[in-house]
Design a protein around this ligand. Structure first.
Ligand code: PLP
Length: 374
């Protein structure tokens, strides 16, 4: 039906019976949370799927990121970007650190590696770049800078489930990477998240941090949090993991279809994926360049909305434009991020989007500016 609403995403759910089957065990074990058997089973499966030696699971991605920063055990500044979800900056502040905003690359929207060094001070303790939309940061340059200045690198890889870069799993870069398993992400555990990391000693530290900072002798040795993934979440993960590759293939089809139908629209800037990367097609961000497209992003959004299509302006406004974070630097310092955020629009992207849906969306984008060109 032409009037069916199309939202930016649609969560993946397993068959009802499959989930029921997976959670039955909870009524035998009587363990609902606190590192239970289902939690441990998912943990092992994810080590394999993500090709990383060390994984810790969390109740959500945000707590995972905050815990990673707490595990540093340091005070000082963290260099990050404002073109992200508010969670990235909130995690820094929650962990008692200070965010310093770096501008982004105009091509793939990740941290501008040529600007990082100019922001490093004697207080800098870490770099927290975001692989935004699954676009990979310049990981080799970031590693060089981190080595030179003895800084930790923690990636916000919330958008990166299953991605490979130059033949390596994405979680192998940096000291720690965070994945989000929120309902809206490529792989979900309802809510949930994970950290993957190089240093195996972090495992016991993170376990304490997720459990109020308590250690076995009932001493709180860290300022922790309550971040445990429960058994119902883990069961959802076990079910969804079985389908995730199929899901990514279906997203790839949607991605290609968009690329094909929108390739010739003047003023619509399409995403660029590097050939060597195994992507997960989690988002389909376009830029609307009013000067050459003819109408503004807002006008295009209105037209899409009036046809029952709801794209999202990820990420507008920038984090350094939010009231709570204005004190950490101004948007004048990140002019490229500002420009991109004003033009960006994420089109609907999920595995069950049909050819008809995609054609309906693209027709509006192709036709909307007709008659308004100068
Ligand atoms: C989703 C997301 C998070 C937070 O993850 P939750 O699991 O929702 O807590 C952090 N950073 C980015 C970039 C995200 O998109």
């Amino acid at each position: 039906m032409a009037n069916d609403k199309i939202f930016v995403t649609k969560p993946s759910l397993p068959e009802f019976e499959e989930y029921i089957n997976e959670i039955k065990y909870i009524w035998e074990s009587n363990i609902l949370t606190n590192f239970g058997d289902i939690h441990n089973k998912l943990l092992e499966q994810l080590k394999k799927y993500l090709s990383v030696p060390n994984v810790s699971l969390f109740t959500n991605g945000h707590i995972a990121l905050t815990s990673a920063l707490k595990a540093l055990g340091k005070k000082g500044e963290v260099i990050t970007t404002p073109f992200t979800f508010v969670s990235t900056t909130l995690a820094i502040v929650d962990a008692g650190l200070t965010p310093v905003f770096c501008d982004i690359d105009p091509e793939n929207y990740t941290i501008d590696v040529n600007m990082i060094e100019s922001l490093i001070t004697s207080d800098t303790v870490a770099i927290l770049p975001v692989h935004v939309y699954g676009n990979i940061c310049n990981v080799s340059r970031i590693e060089e800078i981190a080595k030179k200045y003895d800084l930790k690198v923690i990636y916000d890889a919330a958008h990166c489930f299953g991605i490979e870069h130059e033949g390596k799993a994405i979680g192998c870069y940096g000291d720690i990477s965070m994945f989000s398993f929120h309902a809206t992400k490529v792989f979900n555990t309802i809510e949930g998240g994970a950290l993957v990391y190089r240093d195996e000693n972090l495992s016991s530290v993170l376990k304490k941090i997720t459990n109020f900072g308590l250690d076995t002798g009932y001493n709180a040795s860290y300022i922790g949090t309550n971040g445990k993934m429960n058994e119902f979440q883990a069961a959802m993960g076990i079910c969804n993991l079985k389908k995730v590759d199929e899901n990514i293939q279906a997203r790839k089809y949607v991605y290609k279809k968009y690329m094909e139908l929108l390739s010739d629209v003047k003023g619509i800037v399409l995403p660029k994926i590097k050939e060597a990367t195994k992507g997960n097609y989690s988002y389909f961000p376009i830029q609307v360049d009013k000067a050459s497209y003819g109408i503004s992003k807002n006008k295009l959004m209105e037209l899409l909305n009036s046809n029952g299509i709801y794209p999202r302006e990820y990420f507008y406004p920038l984090i350094n434009e939010f009231d709570a974070y204005k004190g950490f630097g101004t948007v004048k310092d990140t002019p490229i991020a500002k420009q991109i955020s004003e033009r960006i629009l994420c089109l609907p992207m999920y595995s069950s989007l049909t050819d008809k849906d995609i054609e309906r969306i693209c027709t509006i984008i192709v036709e909307s500016n007709k008659g308004s060109e100068i």
